[in-house]
Ligand binder design. Structure first.
Ligand SMILES: Cc1cc2nc3c(=O)[nH]c(=O)nc-3n(C[C@H](O)[C@H](O)[C@H](O)COP(=O)(O)OP(=O)(O)OC[C@H]3O[C@@H](n4cnc5c(N)ncnc54)[C@H](O)[C@@H]3O)c2cc1C
Length: 405
């Protein structure tokens, strides 16, 4: 029964591969299918455009499953301060306020993916099939079938959708979504600044959209400029030199001088939430379950928590000799994650609405909000602990508790 698995994970991106690692060493036979083999890492490579702010909770999951050293041995940047402001209000969060060495880490997506894929290869119960594309997906409550591009057919008692926002697994299982387009795009730029190593990430809200800086190692950084699709198109078409001058004119002075722009791309933004995360024989995780506005840097973080929660549910069920594909078992995972994710998505949307609006009453609300957040230290600490991912509500792996042994 070589091609028969307990858990068949379609998608070995950051989230699907993190689930594979979280199930590593268990008694479940697991396969992770990933279409695109990421480019090998070399320290002298220029920084990738796609980077993520990784929370303490996500780093803790990756540490507990043995994948974090694959990040730290490659390239990453801890940040200890986070500043958020708009015309009249300002709040700064510092890692010492929550007694943590860092508020989080900025890491290239490819570095995270390579770290989790490398770790997967250590587990005897996990097969990594990469590159392998799931061409046909036949969902069934009793066990699903996936046909690969090379004609191989794999079967799984539980099918997991970790294949991103446009998930074919979700579609094959007939799970619908709700959501909308934000009618805004994110222009992402990798730059070399005039400063040395920075430890601050900042975001300024303007009526046209937020502008953000994420530090990378050394003088490098990632800029995000949210704007209308037509303005992003115009900016993207400018020469490096003209775009550099537009950045200096439009971004806050804290940015300093930009020496070089080394990469740029834009991303359409969309909110999307699956109506259910589970059905008999199938579970959705990561962007397959939810797409969230990136302004708070939470997408992959809530995805990694999904992976940790699903692994906890499945390993617990297997230990209790329950059927891992049963709706009853899978609903345990959905209860752990769907409400929390909805809360995070709604909070981010509230921020987006309140801060992206020039209406006088909303201006008052946000100025009051930032002022209160800065002065009310206990409230500020609670918000920080939640956003950074520190607390008892987290799945075990995110609290540093191993699931095996
Ligand atoms: C501009 C921008 C900035 C962002 N910044 C942050 C941030 O700072 N922090 C944060 O937490 N999140 C951030 N996000 C969100 C984050 O990038 C996503 O949430 C994250 O990439 C989702 O990971 P995933 O593994 O669920 O899906 P994906 O990254 O989409 O991975 C899906 C994987 O499945 C594979 N796949 C798909 N179909 C098949 C198939 N048929 N067969 C085999 N394999 C398949 C793909 O090759 C891919 O590797 C940002 C998003 C954007 C757009």
């Amino acid at each position: 029964m070589k091609d028969q698995y307990d858990v068949l994970i379609v998608g070995g991106g950051m989230v699907g591969a993190a689930l594979g690692c979280s199930l590593g060493g268990s008694r479940l036979r697991v396969a992770v299918l990933e279409d695109a083999l990421p480019l090998t890492f070399a320290p002298d490579q220029p920084h990738d455009l796609r980077v993520s702010a990784i929370s303490i909770a996500s780093a803790s999951v990756l540490k507990t499953v043995g994948a974090w050293s694959g990040v730290t041995s490659r390239r990453f940047c801890p940040f200890r301060r986070m500043r958020v402001w708009e015309a009249a209000g300002d709040v700064e969060f510092r890692s010492e306020d929550i007694n943590e060495p860092a508020l989080g880490y900025i890491v290239e997506n490819r570095v995270i993916q390579l770290a989790v894929l490398d770790r997967l290869r250590d587990f005897a119960n996990v097969d990594l099939l990469c590159p392998a594309r799931a061409r046909e997906i036949e969902y069934s409550a009793e066990g699903s079938k996936v046909e690969l591009d090379d004609g191989r057919i794999l079967k799984g008692r539980l099918l997991v959708a970790a294949d991103g926002g446009y998930s074919r697994v979700r579609h094959a299982a007939g799970i619908g979504v709700s959501g909308w387009d934000y009618e805004q795009q994110a222009l992402v730029l990798t730059v070399e600044t005039a400063y040395g190593q920075q430890d601050i990430t900042w975001q300024r809200f303007t009526p046209a959209g937020p502008q953000a800086f994420l530090p990378l190692d050394g003088p490098h950084g990632s800029l995000v400029w949210y704007n209308t699709p037509s303005e992003v198109k115009r900016l993207k078409s400018l020469s490096d030199d003209v775009l550099r001058r537009e950045l200096l004119d439009s971004f806050p002075a804290i940015l300093g001088e930009i020496k070089r722009i080394t990469a740029r791309a834009s991303f359409p933004l969309k909110r999307q939430h699956a109506l259910n995360y589970v059905k008999e024989g199938v579970a959705l995780i990561g962007d397959a379950a939810h797409m969230i506005h990136p302004l708070a840097g939470q997408g992959v973080n809530i995805g990694i928590l999904d992976a940790a929660a699903l692994a906890q549910t499945l390993i617990g069920a297997e230990r209790n000799r329950q059927n891992i594909g049963s709706l009853k078992v899978l609903q345990g995972y959905e209860r752990m994650r769907r409400r929390n994710n909805l809360l995070m998505m709604t909070t981010v949307d509230l921020f987006y609405q309140v801060f992206g609006n020039a209406h006088p009453p909303l201006k008052l609300v946000r100025n009051l909000g930032l002022g209160v957040a800065e002065r009310l230290k206990p409230a500020k600490r609670i918000v920080m602990r939640y956003a950074m991912g520190v607390g008892d509500w987290l799945p075990k792996l995110a609290r540093g508790e191993a699931l095996i042994g």
